[in-house]
Design a protein around this ligand. Structure first.
Ligand code: GDP
Length: 309
């Protein structure tokens, strides 16, 4: 199936935006994510144990025009293989990219890579000028440099907002969250909750007591315990769903990332997750296994031919 398209019909329920933080190494992506994660835990579930599951959810203070409680889903493994796998499939799961630029370092090679990416793919961007707690930094100089590099910042009449933040002190993070939320509201992100379930495996591992567990980002439909699912050559029946605070949930709505247990084997990061009836999933799996065998045999033949040459 192709990934859901934008814009979705305005009759569908709103879904949280999926956000990825990108930028040059050491510009503070990990710190920013850690601070966002821990402040969201402090605001939400008291005593919640944060687990790194590859994604987490941050509540947005009810300031939006609708007054609804909203959340943002942050993917926290930007360098992960899952992303290249999903991109290769043409599945743009990220709605908004936060481009982090350290105020004391400015534009660096990986910053330019992200700028190239955001100019190529139609994705909303927020620039976060980070490390503004450092003495002597001049964020406005970074903004000028970004403009020169082709980033159309709002400050200069463009449409890309920028926020000054510190991942260490937490300064500016509320504004970052609000800016992301405003962008999401403009995108009017919605998703079908009925019928077809489609998602992607963000990461997977074997967990003591639970067996193979995968973090699944649901893009449409609702994933529930006892659902029969398939991802790549892995299938299973959903046993338990947990959010990033380790709290059990009964339903995973579109835009949510949850850990899913009940797999027979471990699915791969980047695999598409689909739901079906028990027999449909078994048929699909048998088909995929046959194809995989066939491809493996073809690969063997090719290898043998190569050795003969
Ligand atoms: P990443 O490679 O982009 O994930 O960067 P990290 O989050 O690992 O941060 C790289 C270094 O910069 C670490 O030593 C952090 O402590 C430091 N750092 C990150 N954010 C800030 C910040 O806002 N202010 C200051 N002063 N240092 C920061």
């Amino acid at each position: 199936y192709p990934p859901p398209s934008h814009p979705e019909p305005s009759t569908l329920p709103i879904r949280p935006p999926v956000v990825t933080i990108m930028g040059h190494v050491d510009h503070g992506k990990t710190t920013l994510l850690d601070t966002l994660r821990s402040t969201s835990v402090a605001k939400g579930e008291a005593g919640g144990i944060t687990q790194h599951i590859g994604a987490f959810s941050v509540p947005v203070p009810a300031s939006g025009s609708s007054g609804d409680a909203r959340t943002i889903t942050f993917l926290d493994t930007p360098g992960h293989a899952a992303f290249s796998a999903m991109r290769a499939r043409g599945a743009g799961v990220t709605d908004i990219i936060v481009l982090v630029v350290a105020a004391d370092d400015g534009i660096m090679p990986q910053t330019r890579e992200v700028i190239e990416l955001i100019n190529k793919e139609k994705v909303s961007v927020v620039v976060a000028i980070n490390k503004i707690d450092k003495p002597g930094v001049e964020p406005s100089k970074v903004e000028t440099a970004l403009l020169a590099a082709g980033v159309q910042l709002e400050t200069f009449g463009g449409d890309i907002p920028s926020v000054q933040v510190s991942g260490i002190t937490g300064q500016g993070l509320d504004q970052l969250v609000e800016t992301i939320s405003a962008l999401a509201e403009m995108q009017d992100l919605r998703a079908e909750r009925e019928g077809l379930v489609q998602g992607y495996v963000i990461e997977s591992k074997v967990q003591k007591g639970l067996g193979p567990v995968a973090t699944v980002l649901v893009l449409r439909g609702c994933l529930k315990p006892t659902d029969h699912i398939i991802a790549g050559l892995a299938n299973g029946k959903v046993r338990l769903l947990h959010d990033s605070n380790g709290k059990p949930v009964k339903v995973a709505y579109p835009g949510m990332a949850v850990t899913v247990s009940g797999w027979k084997v471990l699915p791969n990061a980047g695999d598409e997750v689909l739901k079906g009836s028990d027999s449909d999933i078994k048929k699909a799996l048998a088909n995929r296994e046959r194809m995989a065998d066939l491809n493996a045999t073809l690969g063997d033949v090719e290898l043998l031919n190569e050795q003969r040459r």
